[in-house]
Ligand binder design. Sequence first.
Ligand SMILES: [Zn+2]
Length: 233
Amino acid sequence: MLGWLLALLVFLVLVVYCGLPVLWTRIFHLKAYRRLRDPKRVALTFDDGPHPVYTPKLLDALAEQQVKATFFIVVQRALKCPDIVKRMKDEGHEVQIHGDRHYFVPFLPPRATAHQCIGAQMAIERKFGIRSDVYRPPWGACNLATLMLMRRAGLRMCLWTIMVGDWRRTDPSTLVRRVVDRLHGGAIIVLHDSDVSFGAEEGAPEHVIEAMPDMIRSIRSRGYEFSLVSEWL
Ligand SMILES: [Zn+2]
């Protein structure tokens, strides 16, 4: 009997701590922003970087098209290539938080959860002098501690409305078509500039970079302007 009660208790704790926050944010879109307030704008966002090879190439492609984007960075990866983060900042992109490491947050205890959001925020400020105020947890999944901690740290959670499976090696024209098919005012598009996260296919960001000029032209030709997410959440 005691065993069953304990199992029930553990189950309830898991539901409240891990399950409900994921439902709130991912399914009901509460406590998380998914689109920009201005229907004439869209945002390009890149998760999982910086990567020493792909991110500089991506920054070149964005500079060529004169587009500013939002980078949700992983701190431990950024520390290995600080010049790239500096370049993002110098070129007018925004640097926001994806985590200290690329962990699945829902099962982390509160202290480790804090390290992934507030700890990452502090590290970015300390190392790069950048005050980040937007957080996107890996796979968009958080727990109850995240929601409580974010409030305290003045962080807003940002998810997305357009995701196109770019973590798999995908033909650039397919990536462009998928984005254009789903395009809408206020869209937040998530792409990836690294292939080292769990589930990512090696070399996938090459296709993302190759898709950039066409993707940007197609979005502009439909009358949308590019914006940084923090300005229009
Ligand atoms: Zn990620």
